[in-house]
Design a protein around this ligand. Sequence first.
Ligand code: MG
Length: 294
Amino acid sequence: MVTGVDGPNKVEYRGEISMGELLDRYEVILLDSYGVLIHQHGPLPGALALVGTMNAVDKRYFILTNDASRSPDAASRRYNSLGLAIPPGRVITSGSLIAPYFAAKALQGARCIVLGPEDSVRYVAEAGGEVIPAVDEADPEVVAVCDESGFPFLETVDAVLTAVFRRLDAGKPLHLLLPNPDLIFPRGERSYGLTAGSIAMVLEAAMALRYPSGDYPRFVPLGKPHPPIFEEALRRGGSRKMVMIGDQLSTDIRGARDFGIDSALVPTGLTHIGGGGLGDVYPTYVLPTLVRGR
Ligand SMILES: [Mg+2]
């Protein structure tokens, strides 16, 4: 099914595997959500049975999602409404990495502009940030770009740009935080949208124009493919014998490789498997279906 396996990672690709084998071989199963367990029409084939099995045998598993727009509780409620009995404790969102980041950088009490809906604001507030409105006159110590929704887009991004320039022009330090580094997302069948990573990219391009010396802060990403979300999975899972099941090479699969764990690519999401091969990032396995016994 995968052809053209001749990239630099050739030796590490081990072929197709079944869900049953993955459950036997790995102590901890990490799953991406969209494109793996669910899609725009609901759960994908095999997802309900897989979650049911893992719950029944008390398998350690976690959903790793770059979503920073809803809490683990809200994510769990949504999964349950689709028939997936995934408790909040099994959901690791990129938003839930904000609190450890604030603790590590001693940012409690810092004035923060947050882009995103209610739950994004709550993540930052619960991390100890003092959330301030995104207006031209704001003097933020942190700008957290969590999500593209929940605010009037252009006027908010313009205000953030203005506040960022004023702060940097004054020579003051600024933390830029990007829980969800995704650039695009599938809005539906054959329709797509920009997300938080694209906003951060625009702001960085604007800073590059204004500060040609390169002396300006960069966004710190927390979600896949970056290490913090995998470190949190390791902390909670307690074993490096983890496999990441995902549909995107650039986030799920690259992130797993960079973190030093195995990965399995499913054909139900954004990555088109087949034809001319997969480029230079290869998964450890291809998992043709979540349905066990196939
Ligand atoms: Mg996905």
